[in-house]
Design a protein around this ligand. Sequence first.
Ligand code: KIV
Ligand code: NA
Length: 267
Amino acid sequence: LTVPAIRQRKKDDVTEQPIVMLTAYTARQAQLLDTHCDILLVGDSLGQVIYGLDSTVPVTLEMMANHAAAVVRGSYHSVVVVDMPFGSYEASKEKAFESAAYLLKASGAAAVKLEGGAAMAETVAFLNQRGIPVMGHVGLTPQAVNVLGGYGARGRSDAEAEKIVNDARALDEAGAFAIVIEGVVEPIAIEATRAVSCPTIGIGASAQCDGQVLVTEDMLGMFDRVPRFVKRYEDIAGIIEKTVAQYAEEVRNRSFPTEDQTYQPKA
Ligand code: KIV
Ligand code: NA
């Protein structure tokens, strides 16, 4: 799959299939997800999910580059998109280009994602014109948690709603190939989707977005505390705990290893 092919996947008729996107941070995870997805996102959510950080704010370019390279090694079908971390792109379009070029060169990913709407439009156009496709991200933008004051849903006031739709429009006009809409009340997510020519990808937004994304560890049930918009498809944490408890017990009562797992000198 390619970025232009994704750009064309706007739900303009009912036969168009929604875009399937999940996060991936490691090579093995990418291998398991790749054939089922259209896009693998190396999200800066790895700050919390992999590194145990409180927010995505401390995530660095090097962390993103390393995980993106691993995901690219594990995938051959999906488009790999890598998040630009906080502080690597906001100051200027030139700084954004340098950071984005570094991420793509270090990893082999196809595109970057950055947070923010109209304020980032000039940067999105600058990167796109210089060979770096950009995915936008509006609504609840976690890197701005210190300004937003939390992770609550956006678009409940008229002013917020208008800003979200305008932000989506500005990114679309700047040439973004897709836009993530996160944590936005449904009517505004739908309005933003209709207002733009590129596909929108919802997370806590609406089934009427042109695609959906979740954090893989969230939907697999690796964590006990997840946002309301996450559907837990499995209880992988429960499976891991049960399995590890069995291993620990078998080591302690000497029933592991058995002959099957033990080398003997040649007979
Ligand atoms: O970092 C991330 O995982 C994301 C998705 C939730 C859209 O930005
Ligand atoms: Na992110």
